[in-house]
Ligand binder design. Structure first.
Ligand SMILES: [Zn+2]
Ligand SMILES: [Zn+2]
Length: 99
């Protein structure tokens, strides 16, 4: 049976920055403890970016009631904007500079 095309939407993963076990929700793209992410998407969730570098949370962007976390890839330097997740560690979020 060919499982090559099987796309797993919900994935648990171990954070490569702090080692926390992260329970995937299908939307999870960063660690809720240290907020680091991984450069794996071109578009959110597509997992099509071959870079695979770790993405450092470099700042917070405020949009009304919403908070976006800015991530920068330590490998290729690309920055991405990600929605803050409800279960993100608020202490870690508050430590980010507001951009
Ligand atoms: Zn982490
Ligand atoms: Zn990258």
């Amino acid at each position: 049976m060919d499982r090559q095309n099987f796309i797993r939407q919900i994935e648990d993963f171990t954070c490569e920055h702090c080692g926390a076990l992260v329970n995937g929700t299908g939307y999870t793209n960063h660690c809720p403890e240290c907020l680091w992410s991984k450069h794996v998407d071109n578009l959110p969730g597509d997992r099509l970016n071959p870079c695979g570098g770790l993405m450092e949370p470099v700042g917070l962007k405020l949009k009304g009631q919403e908070q976006d976390i800015i991530h920068r890839c330590v490998q290729c330097g690309e920055t991405k904007v990600n929605k803050r997740a409800d279960n993100d560690n608020s202490e870690a979020v508050l430590k980010l500079p507001i951009l």
